[in-house]
Design a binder for this molecule. Structure first.
Ligand code: SF4
Length: 325
């Protein structure tokens, strides 16, 4: 099966302002958000991208939607290079690829009514106004807000967080996209409404046959949404494989730490201590060799000298660790 979304050796560095010393030394510091990421996502696949803050997962999602440009490498959508899109071809791509924002309270213009907010993508895409009401109503039904009259004249501040996230999802779906990126879609919501939004995301994806990428720091959350999981650490992919396999048998030491951090339902059950300590290093100056080596309990001399390549293991994972290669 050919990939709908494909990344080849994608690099994204964000230049940062230079200190006097760096100017004198001729250095050009940059936050190395992504370094050499290659990934294929098949049509109708649901892929989780997980990792701590600063691992590059949000940048990866924005690159796939052409909301930012790579510093190097290539990204294609349905065989077409995103780098070459502009004008009509870019508008056509925007109709097919949508983002669900992390914070529904910031995602909508506070001066727009809910109807106007959901209809806005139709307007931008040049859909005739005569079709807007029907398409907005259809999007509202998809997200289980069928009582359109109750919402259409309201403003975002008049809705609860859960209702707002349904509106944000309706806005993302109103153009019937093929590809959806959801960036921490429930992290800003009360625990009481998270399960409902997650179930809705799953239902929508199944019903519409969407290709979906869910970005999260929480492996527990995405394991019910995605058949495949990609684990990121400091701008690189460290493990990729079937979610059930990754949860049952994590191969990379960092993935093992993420799995160990998944909450257990029984509060009295003893939990093993997290197998790593410390924080993610500065992305302007990542460690040599394996970027995880400062926190890895298994690091050895080779880890400081050579970056491990992502290689396929016998059980179908791709793992970037010298212990597995
Ligand atoms: Fe740990 Fe070395 Fe494997 Fe990196 S390559 S995860 S430092 S053992």
């Amino acid at each position: 099966m050919s990939a709908l979304v494909e990344l080849r050796d994608v690099v994204k560095h964000f230049p940062v302002s230079r200190s006097l010393g760096e100017i004198v030394r001729g250095r050009h510091p940059a936050v190395r958000a992504l370094d050499g990421v290659s990934l294929e996502i098949g049509a109708s696949d649901a892929v989780a991208v997980v990792g701590e803050s600063g691992c590059g997962k949000t940048t990866l999602g924005r690159l796939m939607l052409k909301l930012t440009e790579p510093s190097a490498g290539a990204i294609t959508f349905d065989g077409t290079a995103l780098g070459g899109l502009s004008g009509a071809s870019l508008r056509a791509f925007r109709r097919q690829a949508q983002l669900v924002f992390q914070n529904p309270f910031d995602a909508l213009n506070p001066r727009f009514t809910i109807y106007r907010a959901v209809a806005e993508p139709l307007l931008n895409a040049g859909i005739p106004r005569a079709e807007h009401a029907d398409r907005v109503a259809q999007a509202f039904r998809r997200v289980h807000l069928p009582d359109l009259e109750r919402y259409l004249d309201r403003y975002p501040h008049q809705l609860s967080g859960g209702q707002l996230q349904r509106v944000v999802l309706a806005r993302a779906l109103v153009l019937a996209p093929r590809f959806l990126v959801a960036d921490e879609p429930v992290s800003m919501l009360d625990v009481s409404v998270r399960a409902g939004i997650l179930a809705l995301l799953r239902e929508v994806r199944d019903d519409m046959g969407l290709t979906a990428v869910y970005i999260s720091h929480d492996l527990a959350l995405v394991r019910y949404l995605c058949e495949r999981t990609v684990v990121m650490y400091l701008g690189t992919m460290v493990e990729d494989g079937p979610t059930a396999e990754i949860v049952r048998n994590p191969r990379h030491p960092y993935t093992r730490a993420l799995v160990a951090a998944v909450p257990v339902p029984d509060a009295d059950q003893a939990r093993a201590p997290l197998p790593i300590a410390g924080n993610v290093p500065d992305a302007r100056e990542p460690p040599s060799g394996c970027r995880f080596r400062d926190r890895c309990p298994h690091a050895f001399a080779r880890c400081a000298e050579e970056a491990p390549a992502l290689r396929e293991t016998a059980d179908g994972h791709r793992v970037a660790c010298h212990l597995d290669n």
